[in-house]
Design a protein around this ligand. Structure first.
Ligand code: BG6
Length: 495
């Protein structure tokens, strides 16, 4: 429920895509659902010169286009819009911050008292450090009354060194409890459900270990290409963009031990232990641990699409990977010897994110004389689309002969709860406002994640021989990825 504490959200990067597509629609949905603390003010900061009214008009357009709750009635919209403010200025420039302070003070005076403040860095990452430094220098990071917090968007650094530097900068100005490093995958309903599924049911946990699990496959496949983000993606690539954050978070949720309670400290401690147990990748045996790919021209939804090197903002000889697959081992008592395969890519055959836990076969098969036809039991957590959880089990196919087949036991979010699940940003914004960091990444976790990937990043950066492009748009990625998993006797699922 909405609290009665006044609250100000200050978004740096107000004219960017994230603000338009995700943040404002999420804030609107929270407001429409009456869970946004009131009275509130949203102060958007960006370089472009714009009046408050022009900004409000743009936000309305964004909401109509992207929000889950539609359409805003005029009356409700006017009330929401009256809490939106715009301030133009360069976040690099210290002179911006006294102006911001004045604007905040004005909006707060109108609401009768000092408000809690949440700063949000939604700018290009090169501005995170200057913003943090300037907030400190302008004495805006303190908590004279009420709280002050800061949300930092991904990418959090581009390697271990830069992540450490950003953490140091944050620590120089804020206490760790004030810092919220966002990973929007953690706010997805189906991702939140992983821990509920594991730890609120008694029947799965006894099976959740090396004695029963043969392998785990985590797939985050996208059918889109890099769209308008070629310039950003050139600096990033699939490993930095998706694997270092979203996918390692998923791995942690699957592999972690039960935290004592569902609170920020115990949950995040357990996730750190998983990363600490991941066997370091040996650069000398990189081929056994990682595969990369880049899409060439092909087809998406029946239409011809260009290759990555033809996309806007991309170098014609780019060596940036748009696909990555990793094989990771978690060296602890629970998971010793169980491979975790992670793959993600752009322009793959379809948009699907899922985690598949494949269980071991029966110790002895009494139906050997009959045509086998049943796969081993696989539990599939479908993150998106078609959110749900399915389990394949062997069953007798009807008829006079004894034949086995696989059937699915299925739970579909849509059927049970109806409609679309809420957007990840809604939950995460609300958590930051309520001071709950459970679904946010901690600084030491982020550093550990970069450290795990450092050997891959280093080896790929030094190796100029990437045979790109090596997969056609609209397929399941490079052939090397199939050979990679086949070495262990396995195969990728075709979700
Ligand atoms: C972002 C990446 O973090 O996640 C994008 O930068 C990617 O490249 C996106 O497309 C995927 O998110 P979702 O929620 O659409 O699966």
């Amino acid at each position: 429920m909405a609290t009665e504490e006044p609250f100000s959200l200050i978004i740096f990067g107000a004219s960017g895509d994230l603000t338009k597509r995700k943040l404002m629609p999420a804030l609107w949905s929270l407001y429409a659902a009456r869970v946004l603390p009131e009275p509130f003010a949203i102060v958007a900061v960006a370089r472009t010169g714009m009046s408050h009214d022009e900004f409000r008009r743009r936000v309305r357009e964004a909401i109509v286009e992207f929000a889950r709750i539609q359409p805003p009635s005029d009356l409700v919209w006017e009330r929401f819009a009256s809490a939106l403010f715009y301030l133009s200025g360069d976040p690099n420039d210290l002179a911006l911050y006294p102006k911001l302070d004045r604007l905040l003070a004005e909006t707060e005076a109108a609401r009768g008292r000092h408000a809690n403040r949440l700063f949000y860095c939604a700018t290009p990452p090169s501005l995170y450090e200057p913003i943090v430094r300037n907030l400190g220098a302008a004495a805006l990071a303190g908590e004279p009354s009420g709280w002050t917090r800061i949300v930092v968007e991904k990418p959090f650094g581009r390697d271990l060194e830069s992540a450490r530097a950003l953490n140091r900068q944050l620590a120089a100005v804020f206490r760790e409890e004030q810092v919220y490093r966002i990973d929007h995958y953690l706010g997805k309903e189906t991702v939140q459900n992983i821990l509920v599924f594991r730890f609120a049911n008694g029947i799965f946990e006894p099976l959740w270990n090396r004695n029963h699990v043969a392998q785990v496959q985590i797939t985050v496949a996208e059918s889109l290409g890099v769209e308008t983000r070629g310039a950003y993606y050139e600096e990033s690539g699939a490993l930095r963009d998706m694997l270092q954050n979203h996918m390692l978070q998923l791995l942690c949720l699957i592999a972690m031990e039960s935290p004592v309670t569902f609170d920020a400290a115990p949950v995040r401690d357990e996730k750190n232990k998983v990363l600490a147990a991941i066997r370091p990748i040996d650069p000398a045996k990189l081929d056994e641990a990682a595969v990369r790919g880049q899409y060439g021209p092909g087809f998406a939804e029946g239409k011809r699409v260009p290759g990555y090197r033809e996309e806007k903002g991309v170098a014609p000889d780019s060596r940036t990977e748009t696909y990555v697959a990793l094989r990771l081992l978690v060296d602890n008592w629970r998971w010793a010897g169980v491979p975790f395969y992670l793959r993600t890519g752009k322009r793959l055959a379809k948009r699907v994110s899922e985690i598949a836990i494949q269980f071991r076969r029966t110790p002895h098969m009494i139906f050997r004389r009959h045509p086998a036809g049943a796969d081993s039991n696989t539990l599939v957590i479908r993150i998106q689309p078609d959110e749900g959880i399915g389990l394949t089990v062997a069953a007798k196919t009807p008829g006079p002969e004894l034949k086995l087949g696989s059937v699915g036991l299925d739970f579909r979010y849509g059927d049970v709860y109806g409609g679309q699940p809420p957007e990840a940003y809604e939950r995460l914004l609300l958590d930051a406002i309520h001071g709950d960091a459970t679904l946010y990444a901690r600084g030491d976790w982020v550093e550990q994640a970069w450290a795990i990937l450092a050997p891959v990043l280093g080896a790929w950066a030094q190796d100029p021989t990437a045979p790109f492009p090596n997969y056609e748009a609209g397929t399941w990625g490079p052939g090397d990825a199939d050979a990679f998993i086949a070495r262990d006797g396995g195969a990728w699922r075709q979700p």
